[in-house]
Design a protein. Structure first.
Length: 463
């Protein structure tokens, strides 16, 4: 398609099936949010109008994927659908040992339980929530060292998802290479505003890992979206296709973890691939114990067939152009309204700086969570806080150690919502702007020991 003709942002697909959405009143939403303990994760989906909680597993599959589902081979061992998936993943990653899992965190648990343990250290540009939880559950330490420029969420730079190379060298020297379980590169960098990682940064990390004998893991659930940014922002890669860029980047890793529910364009699935045979044997043994046999790993044949197709479709240039531009459309228009968004806009989501938007709410009253609740109350929009609810810790006195940022993520499901849905979201933010002086904070009334944001209960401070 001639991009010069795309003056109006247009979906490069047409709709064959529709799902009705429930329109509710604010009074109704006040009741349902209270019943959910003021936690949007605990809402029923039927009570949500626009669901931007996550882009994980929430996308719409294509006609070819649905056709592939009908061809799924459900044999327990050696299924045709496994052979199809294995060949696609081997071609994409350049890695010989492929393990399917039911989702990304299962792949994380397998690999990091083998590599981790007490006195082990994992270093990343930014660990996401499940990654950190799986690492810390083993007794290991997870350290984030995103590049310095990422700490200014308004500066306009092309690769704010990069890792800080100087700090990486310092940490390896500090802890010793034997103690470093792995360097994990998350692409795109979800917790840092969905920002991309450059090929130059990945190659530099590869060189550092080689110099110190350290394993390099690529968490690439959004590898296609990252490849789009590399193509358009690193001049030396402008002549390569998105898929060619992804192959070159993934081949730099010793292992690859993917929640296929993102750029795999499926509703369930994950991948773990490794280069080392001895490590693959350990992973396979863990896979068989916890997920299933090595040729299905917790997935049905139809899941594997749909994933094999999705991993090819995701690199379509028209799809990726629409995907990145439609996300940017929301972010650019929010910024024009005066909403403080993380800039530049990332690939899969728009991130709002709730600390700036709700400046009257102190961090120990969770301004990000307050914004999440207000978006649901005002418009039936569900999203997620990425701040001190998700990442905050407590000191020895039980006082909150806040997260580095107080963000709210509006994650866009793939091929689900139309332009008018996004325009509706923009309209709701007009109501949010009227609340900025009088918005109220929240307190936690119940929390679990890990991943508290999923099941914690809250109350408004002035309830």
């Amino acid at each position: 398609m001639d991009k010069n003709r795309l003056r109006t942002l247009t979906e490069p697909f047409k709709i064959k099936m529709v799902e009705p959405l429930k329109v509710t009143t604010e009074n109704y939403r006040e009741k349902t949010l209270k019943e959910a303990g003021y936690n949007t994760f605990l809402l029923k989906s039927k009570d949500v109008f626009i669901d931007l909680l996550t882009d994980s597993g929430t996308g719409a599959m294509s006609d070819k994927q649905w056709s592939g589902i009908m061809m799924g081979d459900e044999s327990y061992a050696g299924a045709r659908s496994w052979e199809h998936l294995e060949s696609v993943v081997k071609e994409l990653t350049g890695m010989p040992y492929i393990l399917p899992t039911h989702q990304g965190r299962a792949a994380e648990r397998i690999l990091y339980s083998i590599l981790g343990g007490k006195d082990k250290v994992f270093i990343s540009n930014t660990h996401f929530d499940t990654t950190r939880a799986n690492i810390e559950y083993t007794g290991a330490m997870a350290i984030d060292i995103v590049c310095e420029e990422a700490k200014d969420n308004q500066i306009d730079l092309p690769f704010k998802g990069n890792i800080d190379l100087l700090k990486l060298e310092e940490l390896i020297q500090q802890y010793g290479s034997v103690s470093i379980a792995a360097v994990i590169m998350t692409v795109t960098n979800n917790s840092s505003g969905g920002q991309p990682v450059s090929m130059a940064n990945m190659k530099a990390v590869r060189k550092i890992c080689d110099n110190h004998g350290v394993l390099m893991v690529i968490d690439g659930c959004r590898i296609a979206e990252n490849s789009y940014f590399v193509h358009h922002r690193e001049k030396e890669y402008s002549h390569l296709t998105y898929e060619e860029i992804a192959k070159e980047m993934l081949n730099l890793g010793d292992a690859f973890i993917m929640s296929a529910k993102k750029d795999g364009l499926v509703n369930m699935g994950g991948l773990l691939t490794v280069k080392d045979e001895a490590l693959s044997v350990k992973c396979k043994n863990m896979l068989i114990i916890s997920e299933g046999f090595t040729t299905y790993g917790g997935l049905s044949g139809r899941d594997m067939e749909a994933l094999a197709i999705g991993l090819k479709e995701v690199f379509d240039k028209d799809y990726l152009h629409y995907r990145i531009r439609s996300t940017a459309y929301l972010g650019e228009h929010l910024r024009a309204k005066g909403i403080p968004v993380v800039w530049p806009i990332g690939g899969h989501a728009v991130y709002i700086d709730a600390k700036k938007l709700y400046a009257n709410i102190p961090v120990n009253q969770y301004p990000g969570h307050a914004l999440v609740c207000d978006l649901y109350l005002k418009g039936g929009i569900r999203c997620v806080e990425i701040g001190s609810v998700m990442f905050g810790k407590y000191d020895e006195n039980g006082e909150l150690i806040p997260a580095a940022n107080e963000l709210v993520r509006l994650a866009i499901p793939r091929r689900v919502y139309t332009q008018s849905h996004i325009d509706f979201v923009l309209d709701v933010f007009d109501d949010i702007l009227e609340l900025t002086e009088k918005a109220e904070g929240y307190k936690i009334t119940y929390e679990p020991p890990f991943l508290r944001h999923f099941t914690a209960h809250f109350e408004p401070i002035n309830l």
